[in-house]
Design a protein around this ligand. Structure first.
Ligand code: BGC
Length: 717
């Protein structure tokens, strides 16, 4: 966020000098207004600095008035809300947005969400969620950008720009809050809130970069995570909160805890009681206590008895006041209550939601060009089968904010919209999403038998992913696979549409259907987007931001793994082939790799040219390839560049994404796609735990995904 002027800094110091200890502590307290009986009095007495989950403009203005006009010093409140993938205009879940590989589009979606959230006076948005995760059992993988820190970093920046757009409607400003700092995506066995443990190198190489990218883009706050890091809970972790965040990165924004994570230090076995939890957190550098009331109840006492220096409290309060000034809240504390109707669910916003849903969908299989279905063949009889065929709620996804099922276009409605009234379309659910009792597949089978082609919409409900919704077995839930088995036995051509909040284990489904479109949970326009894609009104362009495992037993399976001393496909043949790093029963590779996604166009890669076969550590790697659309329709390809640092003082992954570009080509059109990659971005956390770029030999690939592409080499000198 922007630097404060000297005059504002002076106002901050002046305010600070006039505050009582209790008023200072109040600035560090965040509460949910619905959980406190006499909230307005608490505000007037200066015991509340910010509100959580407050989605009503009138209420927010009322509470703001209590703070601004009713409290002794008139300090405005921050209103913090979770706006994760849209506000009322619900966009695809963040993991799906990541599959667009389109930072500009993601920025646009995020800005629309921020504009809608601003209509109720939201000044603090708890997003982007930038936790890298290779754990599809973890429900919160839905909320992030997937498995890769480079892609995750670009999308983190985009979302920060979207939320912190200089002026939202009517000049309102919002601060972004990247979360959850840090390492939450590593929860053991994918079980929510579980322990994490990783080396400092992995912390710095993998989990920190998207946070750094978010701060470099100006993010003005950050949320500490629920998990521990090497035995020290993130909420009271002086190494991550002070050493890395403040000392190394110079971050001067606000650190807020996660919901009751200060109190949870007791369950972690880190603090013996709430007073201790408050002391450990403030001393580690945590500014705002979300919902634990540990600061409210114990900070004054801790300061008075001398176990917490007043300077620690002052530092935190100063940051909160600075943020409130930065956001302009002292000048403009109230939101215009008449704004919402002109902003919420605007046509342009719905159009953007549809565009993102189309671009987030990933075509995983298309045997014999089964897709697109021809929209004009009115005689084609279509059966639309599956529990998600005419479902609206699921399409909203895990963190739908203020989204309403009635805003959603279901797949059935989307297809009706494309085919019009003359369509011969039958829709049968076949079974429930997760129902335990065996359904009667009779009606679904009858519909399939009578049809020329069957579209089968399967997957998860919205409440099967997201916070506190981990799953250990991540196949199709309930009786859906049995339904698909029965439909497969009819011999009819099957088009699968998969709707989910995480990568699912679906090798059987992928085998049985002729075409498979991964549509995730796509938001309010999901049904229209899916129909446009199925009938060729749009051309799929999404690429996976996360690998799809063959089986849960492979997890974690991700493209950027290490080679090991005994890789299966290469290396020194000094041992029997059987003593290699592999499974007896499944492949090492995922079912669908990171970066993968098909199109109705066919893209051919040729003529890799590494223009800088030898390049200095301060130089720029320049490499290009020719991309040709050899298909029959125009399409968009995401051209990806990966490198491998072959030998290092610390071992490096077999591939690392370092660049990507979106290219749109007409049929028969060719383009040279040229990458200029600063060599300074090809480094890693070295022996001394500092970032380093080592001279040596590299491989480079330019291609359509992480598992293929044209291969070349270069040397860093
Ligand atoms: C979640 C955060 C969220 C917070 C406030 C917590 O349970 O982990 O992501 O921002 O609640 O709603």
């Amino acid at each position: 966020m922007q630097k404060l002027s000297a005059a504002i800094e002076k106002r901050v110091e002046d305010l600070l000098s006039r505050m009582t200890l209790e008023e200072k502590v109040g600035q560090l307290v965040q509460v949910d207004l619905y959980k406190i009986p006499d909230f307005e009095t608490a505000i007037k007495e200066g015991h509340v600095g910010s509100l959580l989950s407050s989605f009503d403009a009138q209420n927010n203005n009322r509470f703001q008035k209590a703070a601004v006009e009713g409290s002794r010093l008139g300090i405005p409140l921050l209103v913090g809300n979770d706006v994760i993938h849209g506000y009322r205009t619900v966009f695809p879940i963040p993991l799906a947005l990541a599959c667009t590989w389109n930072p500009d589009l993601v920025e646009k979606a995020t800005r629309i969400a921020a504009e809608e959230a601003a209509t109720v006076g939201t000044s603090w948005i708890y997003a982007p969620m930038v936790d890298i995760s290779r754990e599809p059992r973890w429900g919160r993988i839905a909320e992030g950008a997937g498995e890769d820190p480079f892609l995750g970093g670009r999308l983190a920046e985009a979302q920060v720009r979207g939320i912190q757009s200089a002026e939202l409607t009517n000049g309102w400003q919002i601060v972004a809050c990247p979360k959850h700092y840090v390492g939450y995506g590593a929860v053991e066995a994918g079980r929510e809130y579980n322990t994490t443990d990783f080396s400092e190198r992995t912390l710095r190489d993998l989990y920190l970069p998207p946070f750094k990218a978010a701060f470099d883009a100006g993010a003005g706050s950050v949320m500490s995570a629920f998990n521990e890091i090497g035995g020290i809970p993130a909420t009271a972790n002086a190494f991550t909160l002070q050493t890395v965040l403040r000392d190394e990165w110079g971050f001067d924004g606000v650190v807020v805890s996660d919901y009751t994570s200060v109190a949870e230090l007791i369950n972690h076995g880190f603090a013996a009681n709430m007073k201790e939890a408050a002391r450990l957190s403030i001393l580690a550098g945590l500014d705002v206590d979300m919902m634990s009331n540990a600061y409210l109840d114990y900070l004054p006492e801790l300061v008075n008895e001398g176990t917490v220096p007043i300077e620690a409290v002052d530092r935190a309060v100063r940051r909160v006041l600075q943020l409130k000034f930065r956001l302009g809240l002292f000048e403009k504390p109230y939101v215009d209550e008449t704004l919402a109707p002109g902003i919420i669910l605007k046509t342009e916003s719905r159009d953007a939601a549809r565009e993102t849903a189309e671009k987030a969908a990933v075509l995983l299989k298309n045997e014999g060009g089964l897709l697109p279905l021809a929209p004009n063949q009115q005689k084609q009889k279509i059966a639309l089968i599956g529990p998600l065929a005419d479902n609206k709620e699921a399409l909203l996804g895990t963190w739908a904010g203020q989204g309403q099922p009635e805003d959603v276009i279901s797949i059935l409605e989307g297809i009706q919209g494309v085919l019009g009234e003359k369509a011969e379309l039958t829709c049968v659910p076949g079974c429930d999403i997760k129902g335990a009792t065996a359904p009667d597949f009779g009606p679904a089978l009858a519909a399939a038998q009578a049809a020329d082609v069957v579209i089968v919409a399967l997957g998860e409900s919205a409440d099967m992913s997201g916070e506190a919704h981990s799953r250990a077995i991540i196949g199709l839930p309930g009786h859906q696979q049995a339904l698909l088995d029965a439909l497969h036995a009819t011999g009819k051509p099957l088009v699968g549409v998969l709707l989910c909040g995480r990568p699912l284990v679906i090798p059987r489904m992928a085998e049985q259907v002729g075409a498979l479109l991964l549509a995730w949970h796509g938001g309010v326009e999901a049904g229209a987007a899916i129909a446009n894609l199925l009938f060729g009104k749009s051309n799929p362009s999404g690429k996976l931001a996360v690998s799809f495992p063959w089986t849960e037993g492979q997890i974690p399976v991700y493209y950027s793994h290490k080679n090991t001393g005994r890789p299966i496909d290469q290396g020194v043949r000094q041992f029997d082939e059987e003593y290699k790093s592999f499974y007896l029963d499944v492949p090492n590779t995922p079912l669908f790799p990171f970066g993968f996604g098909l199109s109705y166009s066919q893209f051919d890669y040729s003529d890799l040219r590494v223009e800088t076969p030898s390049v200095g550590v301060d130089g720029t790697l320049v490499a290009s390839a020719t991309l040709t659309n050899v298909g029959k329709v125009a399409g968009e390809e995401t051209v990806q560049l990966y490198v491998r640092d072959l030998f290092g003082s610390v071992t490096r992954p077999v591939k690392e994404l370092k660049g990507f570009q979106k290219v749109t080509l007409q049929p028969s059109e060719s383009r040279t796609v040229r990458f200029e990659i600063p060599v300074s971005t090809l480094g890693f956390i070295g022996l001394d735990l500092k970032y380093t770029v080592e001279p040596g030999d590299f491989k480079v690939w330019i291609g359509p995904d992480s598992a293929s592409g044209l291969e070349g080499s270069f040397r860093v000198v």
